[in-house]
Design a protein around this ligand. Structure first.
Ligand SMILES: Cc1cc2nc3c(=O)[nH]c(=O)nc-3n(C[C@H](O)[C@H](O)[C@H](O)COP(=O)(O)O)c2cc1C
Length: 276
């Protein structure tokens, strides 16, 4: 954990139990864990645009416990970065609890990645059983990506998420193929879930939870400011812009923009084309 990013005083928000959000009666809008992408800078951006809760990328618990270097490179946060859920991958309960203990002053919750590669099971009763077992162990909520392990681009099984929700007492978050605020509201309506989690939709349009149908220029501008302020590495800075601008640039423009190889070239491009 980088000391320059973590404030020594722990913000009051960190002490809040995010479960309270689910009791507000509002749709809880969540930024998904995304390896390489849902880092501090991107979390800061989506929070500006009505995202209620953010997840870190998946962090391997064993590495996190073993190495300060891994902690520094895998996890940074700051005072505004909450509520925050830290996601770990672990196959050893002891290591998971050690990792959770190290990170807990800087997090509002810990998530265990059970989604790669098992998502919903072909036999839904097995998924319901698994979720109920998780509930019995005391987890606060579950997120369900409505696809089986074999499915990649097939439509999401929202009816399966609905059945899981009907069998649980804790909140359930629906995930998969949500690309706009309207779709998010619709999915919650269909499934009866308490919130939505979005990955690719937010990469393409980090302002989607605020109701924008495509990335507004203001959001690109915000990304530049946030990324530069937090010292985001060039590859990550550029990759996010490529995702965000996918829909608003022509093929010709993309060819030029995607080939840029320095921050100054990107800034010149944005200034020339968008007055940013
Ligand atoms: C670039 C990328 C990285 C991802 N990394 C993670 C991860 O670290 N942990 C995880 O549980 N899921 C990860 N996922 C899966 C997403 O969290 C999500 O479940 C999946 O993309 C479906 O949601 P979507 O249709 O909104 O993209 C990743 C997805 C993408 C696109």
């Amino acid at each position: 954990m980088k000391k320059d990013c973590i404030q020594t005083t722990i913000c009051q928000e960190r002490k809040k139990d995010p479960i309270e959000m689910f009791h507000s009666g509002h749709l809880v809008k969540v930024c998904a864990p995304m390896v390489r992408y849902s880092k501090l800078a991107f979390r800061t951006l989506v929070r500006k645009y009505s995202c209620d809760l953010c997840y870190t990328p998946m962090i391997v618990a064993a590495d996190f416990v073993r190495s300060i270097k891994a902690r520094d490179s895998e996890f940074t946060t700051n005072q505004g970065d909450c509520p925050l859920i830290v996601q770990f991958a672990a196959n050893d309960a002891r290591l998971l609890s050690d990792a959770a203990r190290i990170v807990c002053p800087y997090a509002n919750g810990i998530d265990i990645n059970c989604g790669c590669p098992q998502r919903i099971h072909d036999d839904l009763t097995r998924t319901v059983d698994l979720c109920r077992k998780a509930e019995a162990t005391g987890v606060s909520w579950v997120t369900v990506h409505g696809r089986t392990a074999e499915e990649r681009h097939q439509p999401v099984h929202y009816e399966a998420i609905k059945i899981i929700k009907e069998n649980m007492s804790i909140p359930v978050i629906a995930n998969g193929d949500i690309r706009s605020l309207k779709e998010a509201q619709n999915v919650c309506h269909i499934t009866g879930t308490d919130g939505v989690m979005v990955a690719r939709g937010l990469l393409a349009n980090p302002a989607m939870f605020a109701g924008y149908e495509e990335t507004p220029l203001k959001c690109i501008w915000d990304w530049v400011d946030i990324a530069l302020e937090l010292g985001t590495p060039y590859m990550c800075f550029h990759q996010h812009l490529m995702y965000m601008m996918e829909k608003i640039t022509s093929r010709q423009e993309k060819r030029v923009f995607n080939a840029l190889s320095s921050t100054s070239a990107v800034l010149d491009y944005l200034t020339d084309h968008y007055g940013i």
